[in-house]
Design a protein around this ligand. Structure first.
Ligand code: GLC
Ligand code: CA
Length: 557
């Protein structure tokens, strides 16, 4: 099949390397562990792997705080290991994406260390450093995205540096051309190694509105979350454009921006013909969780809201001619079934339903490690069970708002991003086969039954269902319809039914999902020529209607 761009047929897989596979017994996943599983990923139909950051880092934010862009962190292996990974992946038709974290560095980065040692040095201008007010308070009352003030004090001075994320992640000053040049050089250094491209971290924050007045606080901490001053701020497109021209474009690489567009103009800027990225994540569903009070009472209402938004996004993107990246899970969110399915109904049927719904939409599907076997959250009995700083900050904020420890922990257990960071469950041996040593983060005890090996051997497993999803998307007859076809919503009026057609010329593929725990009757609009997928063994059909079982999903032509 002829692709308009080499990556249009991508099926992506995200690896959170710390938790994927340890091979040397130090309890931390490593690059050799990824190499070990390349064949598994190939079987899943994956041809792009995004690896969360592996550069040298003090790990205050598990690698999203880089102290040396040119060096692989020794806990993950060596620079040579990465080159082997790229080569071994290539042999299997898989391209590797690194995570590009260039909104900020670690406070241990040489540039930052030089900056604070000598505030008159050129390195001070690599970061955003401002004078505190006359009382020694921070320059303004912005809140960090991870909680607390967004300003860190530079010891022995009345100066502060901006950190939109943790205090160990000072933001870079993108207004400084010299700094930008340094970053581009580094990006090209890695692209020269044969990478497929990058997932680009927090890139919507590189431009700041430079008016640092205090704003009316929005919480008892006196601080304010001031998105419009540091997310997609005016003028960001110039910076993105230059980044692309100086790096990605020269290599025809594949890039996924961690950025969100609301308008057709933004979509055009970000991923249009001359856009800065190949694609970006469609985050629209991030705000939904069945365990939030507003949805718990009526989960089907949540499905209805999701339907509306999902098809509006498909429509919006169609006009641009581009492709979004579709996903259910990542390392920043709890596991998807926990967010979208009432607990007592989390099972093979509902999990395969979620997978099917997003896999055949227009866009690039990405699977997050463990999603393909249906890994679940592992709530903690104490806040000490979590390591993530952002999580601890959130917990503190809840207590400050007057919540009891018990209630705060309950909310954290629902929302915490570390839920999806528990080690991968490969088999039923100790620690789920993740490590021979002491795992850096506790393995979910359900690994005894819920693991990769069990599912590999069971033809009816979720893992094998995911393989079918991959195979169907890549099937020659259908591939161009899935990539370039239109998306047309069906049965919008039936509550809890999410259905669409993908259409290209005279090829029509239909997906119908009963996203409810009830039996659902659906009128038969179009006869089934060939059933391509069904998560149940049977489907009840008569001339006028089809009867769907709870969480049944089918794909047919
Ligand atoms: C992105 C990453 C997240 C990280 C943050 C700061 O949102 O996905 O894990 O903590 O950026 O780098
Ligand atoms: Ca290791």
């Amino acid at each position: 099949m002829e692709l308009k761009k080499w990556w249009h047929n991508a099926i992506g897989y995200q690896i959170y390397p710390k938790s994927f596979q340890d091979t040397n017994g130090d309890g931390i996943g490593d690059i050799q562990g990824i190499i070990q599983h390349l064949d598994d990923l190939k079987e899943l139909g994956v041809n792009i792997i995004w690896v969360s950051p592996i550069n040298e880092s003090p790990m205050m934010d598990h690698g999203y705080d880089i102290s040396d862009y040119y060096k692989i962190d020794p806990s993950f292996g060596s620079n040579e290991d990465l080159e082997v990974l790229i080569k071994e992946a290539d042999k299997r038709g898989i391209k590797i994406l690194m995570d590009l974290v260039i909104n900020h560095t670690s406070d241990q980065h040489e540039w930052f260390q030089k900056a604070i040692q000598n505030l008159d040095s050129k390195y001070a201008n690599y970061y955003i450093i401002r004078e505190g007010d006359e009382n020694g308070n921070p320059p303004n009352n912005w809140r960090s995205i991870f909680g607390g003030s967004a300003w860190g004090k530079i010891e022995g001075t009345n100066k502060y540096y901006l950190h939109l994320f943790t205090v160990g992640q000072p933001d870079l000053n993108w207004e400084n051309p010299e700094l930008r040049e340094k970053l581009y050089e580094m990006v090209n250094y890695w692209l020269d190694k044969g990478l497929g491209g990058f997932r680009i971290d927090a890139i919507s924050h590189i431009k700041k509105d430079w008016t640092y007045e205090n704003l009316p606080p929005d919480g008892p901490d006196g601080l304010v979350t001031a998105w419009k001053y540091y997310r997609n701020a005016e003028g960001i497109e110039e910076l993105l454009h230059e980044l692309n021209e100086s790096t990605f474009k020269k290599y025809d690489s594949f890039t996924i921006g961690e950025i969100d567009a609301e308008t057709p103009e933004q979509i055009e800027q970000f991923i249009g013909e001359n856009g800065c990225f190949s694609t970006y994540f469609d985050f629209f569903h991030n705000k939904y969780c069945i365990r939030y009070e507003q949805y718990a009472k009526d989960p089907i209402e949540m499905v209805e809201e999701i339907k509306k938004e999902l098809f509006a996004r498909q429509e919006l993107i169609k006009k641009s001619g581009g492709l979004l990246t579709n996903f259910l899970e990542n390392h920043d969110k709890p596991r998807a079934p926990e967010r979208f399915i009432p607990k007592k109904f989390i099972n093979f049927y509902s999990q395969s339903l979620l997978g099917t719904i997003y896999f055949f939409l227009r866009g690039i599907p990405v699977i997050y490690q463990g999603q393909e076997i249906g890994m679940t959250d592992f709530p903690k009995e104490s806040i000490d069970g979590y390591i993530d700083l952002a999580t601890h900050n959130n917990y503190k904020e809840l207590l400050e708002k007057g919540m009891s420890e018990e209630d705060a922990l309950r909310l954290i257990n629902i929302d915490c991003r570390e839920n999806s960071r528990t080690p991968m469950q490969w088999d039923d041996s100790e620690n789920g086969g993740f490590t021979d040593g002491e795992p850096w983060f506790a393995v979910n005890p359900n690994y005894k039954t819920l693991n990769y090996k069990n599912q590999k051997e069971d033809p009816e497993s979720l893992l094998n269902y995911y393989k079918k999803l991959g195979a169907l998307r890549k099937q020659e007859d259908f591939e161009s319809t899935f990539i370039y076809g239109e998306t047309i919503q069906l049965y919008s009026e039936i509550k809890g039914c999410l259905a669409y057609q993908r259409r290209l010329n005279d090829k029509v593929i239909t997906m119908i999902a009963n996203w409810t725990p009830n039996v659902m009757e659906i009128p038969m609009d179009k006869p089934i020529n060939e059933l391509l997928l069904n998560n149940y063994k049977t489907l009840h059909v008569d001339q006028e209607s089809m009867v769907f079982q709870p969480f049944q999903v089918i794909v047919f032509q």
